[in-house]
Design a protein around this ligand. Structure first.
Ligand SMILES: Nc1nc2c(ncn2[C@@H]2O[C@H](COP(=O)(O)OP(=O)(O)O)[C@@H](O)[C@H]2O)c(=O)[nH]1
Ligand SMILES: [Mg+2]
Length: 174
């Protein structure tokens, strides 16, 4: 199976670093000039993930084209930047408005290597936002999960895609 996966989130949160970290040495760069989109393909067991990565600023129309037909979405925020967490709600709402109810969404809190005990977004606040997202999904059968990563250190990056693989293949079987 071939899956289109979209990376979303504010500029600078680490989307491209996450993609590169997951691709490792097998990184192949492709570019869709008109959309300002980079994508990489990585095979995992019997499936191929085509990971889309939007570059810089984009208008709403191009974001719609970007998200359309994706099998899953990864919304990234920076655990050191509260505004990027607040904006992740907006990105998730884009996904909800464009993709079917059962499309899996992963929320990723990135740059955990920079977090110290007295610095970074309070975990209580992250939990509150995460819970409010989960509540929104209660009436649907949407699969949602939260992971914390360090794309720079390669920490927990594989977990994101392993979860995705499991969820997407389970849906194939059902
Ligand atoms: N410390 C740290 N820096 C990161 C991490 N991920 C990305 N960065 C840095 O954050 C900046 C923006 O990353 P980039 O992947 O270009 O963000 P994008 O705009 O979302 O694609 C770069 O300087 C990265 O090296 C991380 O996990 N930890
Ligand atoms: Mg980028």
């Amino acid at each position: 199976m071939y899956y289109k996966i979209v990376l979303l989130g504010e500029p600078g949160v680490g989307k491209t670093t996450l993609r590169r970290s997951y691709m490792g040495e097998r990184l192949k760069k492709n570019y869709v000039q008109t959309l300002g989109v980079d994508f990489s393909v990585k095979t995992f067991n019997d499936c191929a993930f085509q990971i889309w990565d939007i570059a810089g600023q984009s208008n709403l129309a191009s974001i719609k084209n970007y998200i359309e037909f994706a099998s899953a979405a990864i919304v990234v925020f920076d655990v050191m930047e509260q505004s990027s967490l607040n904006h992740s709600k907006k990105w998730i709402n884009h996904v909800i408005s464009i993709l079917p109810d059962n499309t899996p969404i992963v929320l990723v809190g990135n740059k955990i290597d920079l977090r110290t005990i007295d610095d970074g977004i309070p975990k209580l606040l992250i939990n509150r936002i995460k819970n409010s997202i989960v509540e929104d999904f209660e009436s649907t059968n949407r699969k949602f999960v939260y992971f914390e990563t360090s794309a720079l250190m390669g920490e927990n990056v594989n977990s994101v895609f392993e979860w995705m693989y499991k969820i997407l293949n389970r849906e194939e079987i059902e």
